[in-house]
Design a protein around this ligand. Sequence first.
Ligand SMILES: [Zn+2]
Length: 365
Amino acid sequence: MQIKEVIQFLEQNFPLQWQEDFDNCGVQCGDSSRKITGIVVCFDMSEAVIDEAIAKGANMVISHHPIIYKTGLKKIEPTDRMGRIIIKALENRILLYSMHTNIDSGKNGGNVLFAQKLGLKNLSVLSPKENQFHKLVVFVPSENSIFLKEALFKAGCGNIGNYSHCSFSCEGIGSFKPLSGSEPHIGKHNRIERVEEERIEMIFPKHKKRQVIETLYQNHPYEEPAFDIIAIENQNREVGLGRTGLLPNPMPAKDFIQYVKEKLNLESVRYSGNLNTEIKKVAVCGGGGASFVNDALAAEADAFITGDLKYHDFFIPDNKMLLIDIGHFEGEHFIREIIVSLLQENFNTFATHFTEVEIPVINRL
Ligand SMILES: [Zn+2]
């Protein structure tokens, strides 16, 4: 099996289209046409993890954070950390791959697991992703519409939340004149033809565009099907950064902080807000979620848990919400568990290892 087949599987679960604009998910360096020999999963790339992959005979390392990130990369030299890691990987024919904001945002991704670790119920996305869908409008002879619709549903059209096979149709008259050289399904050369047609509308995730167009051409009876693909601004309410949810039982803020520390195995947290409140609705965003404090307030969360907050961020809620900083690593490290179990459950021809050598870069004394 080639590395690219594993990548294809990962990207079916966490498409690259789910990443933020600033991000660099996916292959960092390496040749994905090589045969896969094993995988090591880590949080951050390091030379130690590459050495671990070499020792374990693995030729793919998957990290959460991309090694090539927000950098105007001009050269790769062993004079800095990034250069040394990339050179070591390439010299040892190891492919580096990252699952960052695509797995943070995804269904069953990092923020969902974060919320589940706190026992939150009735989850919704804190900041739903926009511009994720296209709409297909296609005109087909009425007698062929069921067949075409079925094929398009199979190709990924018509899914909205927990509903599949969503479409809208209306009837009308299509007209056309087959010119010489054409091989019309209906009609004769140089004569205007009028046909009872159905106009079908359905949405699909924009990353499935190629597949949808291929399916349309393969299953539409016309030589030249008429169709529109329209970019739409609808939010994907299942994908995006952060989650909100409800505690099974509301609790005083002071107890809630203790609860968070226990559930996430933390020695201490930083927080601002009033401890004499009751916490019921909770928002979470793993990693650095300072830019979502206002989304959490708008969602009327009683508490927002994230990491990487600066001093002045703690003033934003203005005592309307408990704001808790657990650290960047502490809200995301379990993403490694998601990747490891996904691979171990679906592939048995190579080994997937949870790194044994990684230690967090920030320590406490
Ligand atoms: Zn992060």
